[in-house]
Design a protein. Structure first.
Length: 172
């Protein structure tokens, strides 16, 4: 597990293009969050990893950030940049049906051509629950493997239960 540190971008590589894609990736990585944590998941039955990021925001902040995600995601169909090894890349973004969990949710895949006919699929499920955004990612090559939907639902339910509920009509 790694604590997130607020950042205005990753200085070790150039920004992604178009700008909408840079914004989408920074949101799912929790770059603008007040506090957050990410966890790499190594599955027993698979060589490829998954991961989660929890990003917490001040009151109302997560809703605002999620609105920006919903606005930018449709503008991000082709993502271009330079990887950490200095190699240029161009990946496709495919929006998928969102799960019905949390207060808001989106789901999409980033599809990378690895050459020799191989494709890497990175599926992202991003859910807002109260003032927290949870991002779930699953990576696979030559097959599309979703982050386990039951685990997404279970984790979002736990996240919702852990947050204070807004008071209604003087309720204590």
């Amino acid at each position: 597990m790694t604590a997130l540190t607020p950042s205005a971008g990753d200085a070790s590589r150039p920004p992604l293009t178009p700008v909408a894609c840079q914004d989408v990736m920074e949101i799912i990585e929790g770059k603008a969050a007040t506090v957050g944590v990410s966890q790499l998941i190594n599955w027993k039955s698979d060589v490829f990893s998954g991961g989660t990021t929890l990003a917490a925001y001040p009151s109302g902040g997560a809703a605002s950030v999620f609105r920006a995600l919903e606005v930018n995601l449709p503008l991000c169909r082709i993502l271009s940049g330079v990887d950490y090894g200095g190699q240029p890349f161009t990946n496709r973004i495919v929006v998928m049906p969102a799960p019905t969990v949390g207060d808001q949710a989106v789901r999409f895949q980033e599809v990378a051509n690895l050459g020799d006919g191989h494709l890497r699929y990175t599926e992202h499920t991003v859910v807002r629950s109260g003032d927290t955004i949870a991002a779930f990612a699953m990576v696979d090559v030559d097959r599309q493997t979703p982050f386990p939907p039951k685990l997404v639902t279970q984790q979002v339910q736990r996240l919702a239960a852990a947050q204070p509920r807004p008071q209604v009509n003087g309720e204590l």
